[in-house]
Design a binder for this molecule. Sequence first.
Ligand code: HEC
Length: 243
Amino acid sequence: MERRKFLKDALKAGVGMAVGLTIPEVASAKGAGKAPPLPWPYVKLDPKKVADKAYRGYYEHECCDGVFAAIITELQEKVGGPYLGLPLTMMWYGGGGVAGWGTICGTLNGAALIFNLTCKDFKPMIDVLCEWYQTTPLPTYVPCEGPYCKKPFPKSVSHSPLCHVSVQRWCKIATVYFGETVPYNSKKRSERCARLTATVAAKTVELLNAYHFEGFRPKKIKGKQKTKMDCRLCHEVTMKELS
Ligand code: HEC
């Protein structure tokens, strides 16, 4: 589609939804307010700016929405169009591994949606992010505000995309680091997740910039038995037995 027509259609869609229509109005506007097909346009974003926003966003609507809203508000401002139709709290449900169920880490869930909206290769992009997430000592972001401003914080390797596993592994390491028990419901653990939200938001933008502007092509990861998680986390088996 021609870019001008795309933006025109997109703008119509976005504006139609942004004015707060009632249900019958939305239903009758069917067609007129139809969202353009994916992927939607992406412009180069500043990972540092997005990270700062995501850090604050965590303390408003948790991890998943923190990543999502930090990036979407930038795209709303710089691209507009269909992005304007997305409610800023729509990913709040993802907090704590989906409403506290400890499943997929909310930061990954929020980022996955952004990849789906903006990349044809969204699945391998998600693979690259999850693989980085579960093998890297995190969080690396250090805030310039808040109760732990500029203070270093313990990092942990999650070995898993799961919220429960990621949080508990960090709590264990933090307990040794601070020399006192750091439980999952502590302020320190919240701060860790806020920093993680900022760290993952920045990484997501780095990957998007690389994909859209630097020719980066993500490599797909093949799963076993329908999962790409590290099997040894829950099963007492060696990788050799599994392959
Ligand atoms: C987060 C934990 C977790 C991870 C990670 C995980 N599994 Fe599982 N898996 C389970 C659970 C729980 C069951 C169900 C066990 C049961 O009910 O006996 C299961 C069941 C299975 C079964 C069926 C076993 C049976 O006896 O019927 C297979 C096969 C399996 N997993 C393979 C894998 C492989 C391969 C990987 C890695 C790519 C993997 N799993 C990663 C938790 C996990």
